[in-house]
Design a protein around this ligand. Structure first.
Ligand code: GLV
Length: 323
């Protein structure tokens, strides 16, 4: 009997391919050439499974061209690139990689907070440009992170991991979430539940940790930014689209918001060009989970999901609600 055929849409680690090759005929893309929707449909036309990333859109139009496809396993915790309803209607199992990236993403959130508040990248660029002529008392005055009030919008696993780290900086942690956490979890995170309005008004630093969906589209827009302190800092290591980037640019330019640390953007990788002109932003290319160990775990978790999906029909991280 021929083995199931699977596509790996982007470059992965050799160990990921070796693992998949124990079960499947694998078509890799180690050249890492991004696939257009047409190329993706062609490559998937005879495949039963796919290991995907957030750069491929899996929607009804694609699925209609891939009659054999049974499983799509995303190498990411976010899955807004996958139309889950369309997958479910076509009987295609979809999975993500929750859990394995929480700590690395929370670490990186702290890196963005510190870099933004303490002007790390701005002062480094200035130094590299040969501008430093000596120590000055008022050079690159920043904002204290210790004892600041941290607002966390979206208090899932990653938000909670950020809250636990904030304790080391003696921060006051407030959060807002669609569901209030149990008293026990709140206590372990040393975090107090507040309304969205109160969160916006009180946070010195506001960090976002929710998935992107129609419900969270522009959850931080002009109105929300206007509620924040003019001294506040916004951090987004969640997903592009949860923030209205044009509104954020305006607030940063007008000085109604002090600074922002951003790892994700609308229309990645073509971010709003105005960000590049601003000094009060720290910009990184969607790398919050990118440590050697974590990216290896993410790829392997997705591969394990694919093996389980095509062998038992019960992958550990199944997303479809009705299967
Ligand atoms: C990365 O952005 C992820 O969703 O895992």
């Amino acid at each position: 009997m021929s083995r199931p055929r699977v596509l790996v849409t982007r470059e992965v680690f050799q160990e990921t391919l070796d693992y998949l090759a124990r079960y499947f005929d694998v078509t890799p893309n180690q050249a890492d050439t991004p696939m257009s929707p047409v190329a993706l449909a062609q490559a998937l036309a005879d495949k039963e499974g796919a290991l995907t990333t957030l750069s491929e859109r899996v929607d009804a139009a694609l699925l209609a061209q891939c009659p054999k496809l049974k499983a799509v396993c995303n190498i990411a915790v976010g899955f807004n690139n996958i139309d889950l309803k369309a997958c479910t209607e076509r009987g295609v199992l979809a999975t993500n990689t929750p859990g394995v990236l929480d700590a690395s993403t929370a670490d990186f959130t702290l890196a963005l907070i510190l870099a933004t508040a303490r002007r790390v990248t701005e002062s480094e660029a200035w130094l590299r440009a040969g501008q430093w002529s000596g120590w000055k008392l008022k050079q690159f005055l920043g904002t204290d992170v210790h004892h600041a009030t941290l607002g966390i919008l979206g208090m899932g696993r990653i938000g909670q991991a950020v809250a636990r780290r904030a304790r080391g900086f003696d921060m006051t942690v407030l959060y807002h979430n669609t569901r209030r956490l149990s008293a026990e979890v709140e206590k372990s995170c040393h975090a107090a539940y507040v309304s969205m309005d109160e969160l916006l008004a009180r946070a010195d630093i506001l960090t976002l940790h929710m998935p992107y969906s129609p419900a969270t589209h522009h959850i931080i827009g002009a109105k929300e930014l206007a509620r924040m302190k003019s001294t506040a800092i916004l951090i987004n290591a969640a997903r592009g689209g949860v923030v209205d980037d044009a509104a954020l640019v305006e607030a940063l330019k007008r000085g109604t918001l002090a600074a922002a640390g951003l790892d994700v953007f609308e229309n990645e990788p073509t971010l709003n060009p105005e960000f590049l002109k601003l000094k009060n932003v720290v910009l990184t290319p969607h790398i919050a989970s990118s440590t050697e160990a974590t990216r290896r775990k993410m790829a392997l978790t997705a591969a394990e999901n694919l093996v389980a999906a095509l062998t038992t029909g019960k992958p550990p991280n199944l997303l479809n609600p009705t299967f």
